[in-house]
Design a protein around this ligand. Structure first.
Ligand SMILES: Nc1ncnc2c1ncn2[C@@H]1O[C@H](COP(=O)(O)OP(=O)(O)O)[C@@H](O)[C@H]1O
Ligand SMILES: [Mg+2]
Length: 351
């Protein structure tokens, strides 16, 4: 007959199976029990039983918290930053991203022990930083044109101006409000892309049709800079969200035009590669410095601030392209040499 599991063993099994880390800590700061999750999250391959918490956590915050809980018996919650111990192959990349944030809850059990449960919230912390940066960037990007609008509107309202002055100020107001509208339209598009990540509507179309539309939307911009853009589709059928792919390729073409000198040439073509279709946009313009390339797909990141402002860009074009690539389970790649030009390749599965 199989041995019946006793209650005590069952409780130990449950503690061992928990996704949260569990530590039983003595008044003297020693660990009396630990579960697998605790060991994993802290980067130890061995039970922590018998170790002092000071030798497991890199900062003394937890020791202070333990003392407080033993002195007044009140439950405490706290975020603790500590270094995760490098294990196995991680040990080779020492010091890289090992600082982790843990959220702790410490409860007094009796006069000898307190129990700590904790989870690793490093990723949440990073997301929070991204969110805060994003809000501050948006505010900044909107503030600049709004300040210009308010300033010129005030002059129009308060001062005696000639008709030509009035017109020129009104034009400045118009230009800045158009820019704000563009930022807001791009932000709304990014938000809707965030939501659509699960299921965008797909249809069968051809690269020829996509490039025709891109051409129609960008012709005006190319003509103002006397830039000739050549389009060479490979007449391939593809399953995608057509308007999103048009949007993505259009953003790449507008960048190619914006970041090239007048009268330059831009080449747009597609290429079938295995089960993928590549949209390739190549320019021989100003190029991008090597260290900027990994960052240009971030929201509001600009390699060349002055030029980007002049071009009327919102700083969101490439992050929109990246989102559209992800939604299609595709990729976006940039190759560039400063002074020589850039090539962007958007690849999506054909079906
Ligand atoms: N074809 C290109 N040639 C040179 N630089 C480019 C090109 N495309 C993008 N960049 C750089 O990447 C930055 C981000 O691009 P994007 O997200 O479209 O924003 P922007 O609104 O500034 O064009 C640009 O500000 C520019 O510095
Ligand atoms: Mg752009």
């Amino acid at each position: 007959m199989p041995k019946k599991i006793g209650d005590k063993d069952r409780y130990l099994q449950i503690i061992e199976a928990m996704g949260e880390g569990v530590l039983l800590i003595s008044r003297k700061h020693r660990i009396a029990l630990s579960n697998r999750s605790a060991e994993e999250m802290l980067g130890w391959n061995e039970p922590l039983k018998g170790k002092a918490i000071g030798s497991v956590f890199s900062k003394s915050a937890l020791e202070e918290m333990v003392d407080k809980v033993f002195s007044d018996g009140k439950q405490r919650k706290m975020r603790i930053t500590s270094y995760r111990r490098a294990t196995g192959s991680e040990a080779v990349v020492r010091g890289k991203g090992r600082e982790r944030q843990y959220e702790f809850c410490l409860t007094l059990l009796d006069d000898k022990y307190a129990v700590a449960t904790f989870s690793d919230i490093t990723m949440l912390g990073r997301l929070e930083i991204v969110r805060q940066d994003f809000v501050s960037n948006v505010s900044h990007e909107l503030k600049t044109p709004l300040t210009a609008i308010a300033g010129f509107a005030e002059t129009l309202a308060e001062e005696d101006l000639t008709e030509s002055e009035m017109r020129s100020f009104a034009r400045i107001i118009l230009k800045n409000s158009t820019h704000m509208q563009r930022i807001i339209a791009d932000l709304l598009l990014l938000t809707s892309l965030d939501r659509a990540e699960i299921a965008p509507t797909m249809e069968i179309t051809t690269d020829t049709k996509i490039l025709q539309e891109v051409k129609a939307y960008t012709q005006y911009k190319a003509e103002t800079k006397e830039i000739s853009v050549s389009y060479t589709p490979s007449d391939c059928e593809v399953l995608c969200n057509e308007s999103l792919i048009v949007q993505a390729v259009m953003n790449l073409v507008i960048n190619a035009i914006s970041y090239s000198p007048a009268k330059a040439e831009v080449i747009v073509r597609t290429k079938r590669k295995d089960d993928k279709l590549e949209f390739i946009v190549a320019d021989s313009g100003f190029g991008i410095a090597e260290e900027d390339i990994p960052r240009i797909f971030e929201r509001f990141y600009r390699a060349d601030k002055a030029r980007s402002r002049e071009s009327g860009g919102t700083g969101l074009g490439l992050s929109i392209v990246r989102h559209i690539a992800i939604i299609h389970r595709g990729t976006i790649k940039a190759e560039s040499t400063i002074g020589k030009g850039s090539t962007f390749t958007l690849a999506i599965p054909i079906s």
